[in-house]
Design a protein around this ligand. Sequence first.
Ligand SMILES: [Zn+2]
Length: 243
Amino acid sequence: MAEEQLPIYLPDDLRLPDFVRWPTFPFEGQFRVRPLQPSAGEEPPRQGEGGVDCAKCAAPDSEYLWADERWRVRALGRPSGLPAVVVLETRGHYDLGDLSNLLAAELGVMTVRLERGIRSLPNVVRVHVNRWGDGSEHLHVFFLARPKGFLQLRGTFLSMWDDILPPIPDHEWRENLTFIAAWMSEYSGEAVAPPPTEWAPSGQGGAHQGREPVRPAAEESGRSVAASEPPRPVRRGPRPAPH
Ligand SMILES: [Zn+2]
């Protein structure tokens, strides 16, 4: 049967959704919805499609906060408005629907483990977990920390607020990431903590510009410890049972 082009209703004047009146919506003033463009038909290729020239596959562990045999966690390249924004990735090249049962099950474990770690940061009350996948094919799941008490940041628009709010102090950002890396390394893999030096806003490109990894200095009972011994926040959240 020949593929049919589905008719798509393109209204001339799309109505503003109710959420523009929600207190969590970051903007105010007059808005107009952009006209909806007709379907492009074919989808453009995503970065790393089919594993070809995939930036995530090519990135060394030193660009990550933490890594084990099958999973890695990275940060965005600089502080942003939220206490922490990190990305969980598979080490191998998979899209979400390509995961084996083993990896699919581990995705659940890793998601819960990472959520607990981030939520244990001081003043973090909730962690939003998002997977979009329109930009690159290689599975990457975003974890966004929502600070306690800032009720305006609740819900859907948290990722927008992350761009809108002024970046948190560099040292706080590093402490938070180091804590998350140490948390994950208590279960498996290795923490690759960010350096204690100040991040230089060089504008020279590259998500990890200015970040030289600090390799774990000590290994004890198969667990790695971050070399810089950064100040570690007191854990507030429930301490998960090992595996
Ligand atoms: Zn890849």
